[in-house]
Design a protein around this ligand. Structure first.
Ligand SMILES: Cc1ncc(COP(=O)(O)O)c(C=O)c1O
Length: 412
């Protein structure tokens, strides 16, 4: 008994956990010194009992906040029936979720996986397969993009620091600069088969593509039979008010057909914290991956699909998309006043609704630690941008609490 108690105490010591990580965990993450204990809604507690307002949202994952009843109940309900079965068999949960995604994106089919990198990998494979008959294989992405940490993911990612010392990378990926549509045409080669775009670049600091540019490059891709993929892993799932960020950015005709991409990748928030990735593929290309050409052991399990469907239904029912857009607009309006003011640390605020970036005059990790001390958790992006990625159901009172902390910090 005594020994057990001692172990409990040891496990709960912040110092021991931090030291233990050094011994047992591969040190691939730059970490922030906070040992988490539990969460509820937009709040998170550390093991010392201190409460924080969590505007990292698990980096755009916890759409309904921590321990939401809809997520907990879906997990419990489905785990009593079945957690996993192989993709040899059919189950209604995958069908229900695929239908829901198709209803929000457009005519097409869905492949399920477990993460964002895998959701993109599926799109890359669609492109490579489709390109076989014309001998085209090259996949383009933009500078400052982020598309995952697998070898194909880092090959597609437009940030040198992510690729550093991992060569040789996957052949057939090329990063191009953002510019004018005519520069885009010039950057194509006779081997180009696909382009992948984050409509709001997340990891590199919340950079929003202009709707006009997006529409033009989409049109050019269609004219040249180049697949146009949208990576909505961080920006999607109502963070900008609509199901996908491109739907918020680009005015659509009633059918949504003019802009409709050829593939969309989703992950992060889809399971509200439970791992799941999904790749939507437009009707025209939806059978390029035919029998035996792609797969995933865990992809689209009954548990993951049921939880994801419950998350999406809860957001629809409560209209959290509309809500987060209002909350985000309020924060942007308030914080804009501090942009480029003499004593202010804020250079620029960017983004929409629940995906905001504050570019600062100091390093992002330094800002994260100061704000943490003040009880607000935010996510670092590039060297000097912090991200606000609150749950979609964050209340106006909680947003106000965050605003007060941020304002004091910006003029400190
Ligand atoms: C836009 C984007 N694509 C892909 C990924 C990779 O997702 P995952 O970490 O689930 O593999 C991320 C993760 O941050 C992302 O933000």
């Amino acid at each position: 008994m005594l020994i057990e108690l001692k172990r409990m105490e040891e496990l709960e010591s912040e110092q021991l956990i931090v030291e233990g990580y050094k011994t047992y965990i591969v040190p691939s993450y730059r970490k922030i010194r906070l040992v988490v204990d539990r969460g509820e809604g937009a709040y998170l507690w550390d093991i010392k009992g201190k409460r924080y307002l969590d505007f990292t949202g698990g980096i755009a994952v916890n759409l309904l906040g921590h321990a939401h009843p809809a997520v907990r109940e879906a997990l419990a309900r489905q785990s009593e029936k079945m957690i996993h079965c192989s993709n040899l068999f059919y189950h209604p949960q995958a069908l229900q979720l695929a239908r829901k995604i198709v209803s929000h994106v457009g005519p097409g089919k869905v492949f399920f996986s477990n993460s964002g990198a895998e959701a993109n990998e599926c799109l890359f494979k669609v492109a490579r397969r489709y390109g076989q008959k014309t001998g085209r294989f090259e996949i383009l992405s933009f500078e400052n993009s982020f598309h995952g940490r697998t070898l194909a993911g880092i090959s597609a990612t437009g940030q040198p620091k992510v690729k550093k010392d991992f060569g040789p990378l996957c052949p057939g990926f090329r990063t191009i600069p953002k510019g004018e549509p005519k520069d885009f045409i010039d950057s194509l080669s006779d081997k180009t088969i696909a382009l992948i775009v984050e409509p709001i670049q997340g990891e590199s600091g919340i950079h929003v593509f202009s709707p006009g540019y997006l529409k033009e490059i989409r049109r050019i891709c269609r004219d040249k039979d180049i697949l146009f993929f949208i990576d909505e892993i961080q920006s999607g799932l109502w963070r900008t008010g609509r199901f996908l960020a491109w739907q918020s950015l680009v005015e659509e005709d009633s059918q949504g057909q003019t802009f409709l991409p050829d593939g969309v990748s989703l992950a992060k928030g889809l399971g509200g914290g439970f791992p799941i990735g999904a790749s939507w593929v437009a009707e025209r290309y939806s059978e390029v991956l035919d029998q035996g050409s792609h797969g995933s052991t865990f992809g689209g399990s009954p548990l993951a699909c049921h939880v994801a469907l419950s998350v999406l239904e809860e957001i629809e029912k409560k209209e959290w998309g509309k809500h987060i857009l209002e909350v985000g607009n309020y924060l942007v309006r308030s914080l804009k006043e501090f942009e480029n003011k003499p004593q202010s640390l804020l250079k620029e605020i960017r983004g929409i609704g629940g995906i905001l970036g504050l570019e600062l005059t100091l390093p992002s990790y330094e800002a994260v630690e100061v704000l943490m001390e003040k009880g607000l958790l935010v996510a670092p992006a590039n060297t000097n941008t912090i991200r606000l990625l609150p749950p979609l159901n964050v209340s106006f009172e909680q947003a106000e609490e965050a605003r007060v902390i941020l304002e004091k910090f910006l003029i400190s």
